[in-house]
Design a protein around this ligand. Structure first.
Ligand SMILES: Cc1ncc(COP(=O)(O)O)c(C=O)c1O
Length: 441
């Protein structure tokens, strides 16, 4: 990969060069409070459970179909699970003892071969690949390694909630850039406006949770160009890389100018419907991967070797499953979109991922979070309010500062997961058909 020099800001790949003068003035002092507050999970003095836990509990209280949490109801292929079970049973490859901190060589080599086969990216499995306990640990370790007090982290909003929470834990300042309906494409000019002298890192997420947007290489190129001009690092979250229904996935690291400044996180959880295994990886330039490893080794040290062995096999031999799963989820997406349409809604057609997002305003809902109880109790269906994936009080939710309810913000939007079997989707569609009368009543 070529070398790109940054104009201004800290040089990419130099994790130690930022100056870290002071923590943000108004952030709570205790790290756990900062973390919870950044995710909107502080009620007075007490931490509250995440919206995913709250919505799952709501669904089970009402016997509702749970289209909230993004975890598939059907487990990934038996042959992958058998490999892990066999390794645990026999202890082959020291499968029940600490794995090396970097990850098992077999998995690092499999990640490297996977990147070459799918994207033409050559990675040194010993220096440019780090196995993590899910993508979530990769995100956490990267942010803790690379940003601190005095730094700004920028991400598009709505976003996977760990970005803001981990930025806060690292003591840095988080700025969210709105994605706007109806297309939710990230706007390079909006990104440019958010960047300043303290910006250290931009988080990109493609395919995007929750909108399912997959920016094309031209748009990715313009986003990367902004990052290059400002000399900032990029953390690219690509966990939905194998769930693209229209077009194809384009890794940010392959965009001209991106490689030297980009860490990519991905995970086996979404690709192989094995979200509970928490096997992920971080790839990128050796010096950035080494910085992430320096922190990761004191978070978990290493990740379950039996799962790593099985995922190494899955990455090598799992392409047929990936294609079959993609077709299945595309059909589930289309059925759910049709059901939401029949209920009088105009859902976003996601090009990728597990979710669609829908404005409930046409049914008279100004605040999706406030409507969850009624939806669960009276329609028997549960989603995740998009506001839970936004910074509390952000302009993305309430563009006019909350003065006018539903003023083209995302407060009235709900996220629905379709990574479910056909029977669950049919059940959800049946229940959604009563939405107009339930919400009118
Ligand atoms: C965008 C995004 N990144 C990361 C994750 C977490 O990945 P993992 O389960 O591998 O930690 C999720 C899970 O929902 C996600 O939606």
């Amino acid at each position: 990969m070529g070398t790109t020099s940054a104009a201004g800001g800290p040089p990419p790949g130099d994790p130690g060069s930022a100056s870290h003068p002071s923590p943000p003035g108004d952030a709570p002092r205790e790290p756990w409070r900062r973390t919870a507050a950044a995710a909107g999970l502080l009620a007075g003095d007490d931490p509250t459970p995440t919206v995913f836990e709250a919505m799952t509990a709501l669904a089970s209280r009402h016997g509702a179909v749970n289209l909230g949490q993004g975890s598939p109801d059907e487990d990934g292929p038996a042959w992958i699970r058998e490999r892990a079970a066999e390794a645990i049973r026999t202890g082959a490859g020291r499968a029940n003892q600490y794995a090396p901190g970097l990850g098992l060589p077999a998995l690092r080599q499999a990640v490297s071969a996977h990147q070459r086969r799918h994207y033409g990216v050559d990675l040194d499995p010993d220096r440019q690949v780090l196995v993590t306990t899910g993508a979530t640990e990769g995100i956490a370790a990267a942010l803790l390694a690379l940003v601190g007090p005095g730094d700004q982290v920028v991400a598009f909003e709505p976003y996977y909630d760990s970005y803001a929470a981990m930025t806060a834990l690292a003591g840095a300042r988080f700025t969210a850039v709105p994605l706007r309906p109806p297309h939710f494409l990230p706007d390079p000019a909006d990104l440019e406006r958010a960047l300043g002298p303290d910006t250290r890192l931009v988080v990109l997420n493609t395919p995007h949770n929750p909108t399912g947007v997959v920016p094309d290489p031209g748009l990715l190129g313009r986003l990367v160009e902004v990052c290059v001009r400002h000399g900032v690092l990029i953390l690219s979250d690509e966990v939905y890389e194998h769930l693209v229904y229209e077009g194809r996935h384009h890794p940010v690291a392959t965009v001209p100018g991106a490689w030297d400044r980009t860490l990519t996180v991905s995970s086996a959880g979404k690709s192989f419907s094995l979200t509970g295994w928490k096997v992920g990886w971080v790839t990128g330039p050796a010096e950035l991967v080494a910085a992430v490893r320096a922190v990761k080794q004191f978070l978990t040290y290493s990740t379950g070797p039996a799962f790593q062995l099985a995922i190494a096999g899955a990455l090598a031999d799992g392409d047929a499953f990936l294609a079959e799963q993609r077709d299945r989820f595309r059909a589930a997406r289309d059925r759910l979109l049709a059901g939401l349409g029949a209920a009088g809604l105009d859902p976003v057609v996601p090009a990728a991922g597990y979710f669609t997002v829908t404005d409930l305003a046409p049914l008279g809902v100004d605040d999706a979070a406030a409507a969850t109880e009624a939806l669960a109790a009276r329609a028997g269906v549960v989603g995740i309010p998009v506001s839970a994936l936004c910074t509390p009080g952000s302009a993305t939710m309430d563009p006019d500062g909350g003065r006018e309810a539903g003023a083209a913000g995302l407060r009235s939007w709900m996220r629905w997961a379709f990574c479910k079997p056909p029977a669950a989707i049919e059940d959800a569609v049946r229940r959604l058909s009563v939405l107009p009368s339930v919400l009118a009543g």
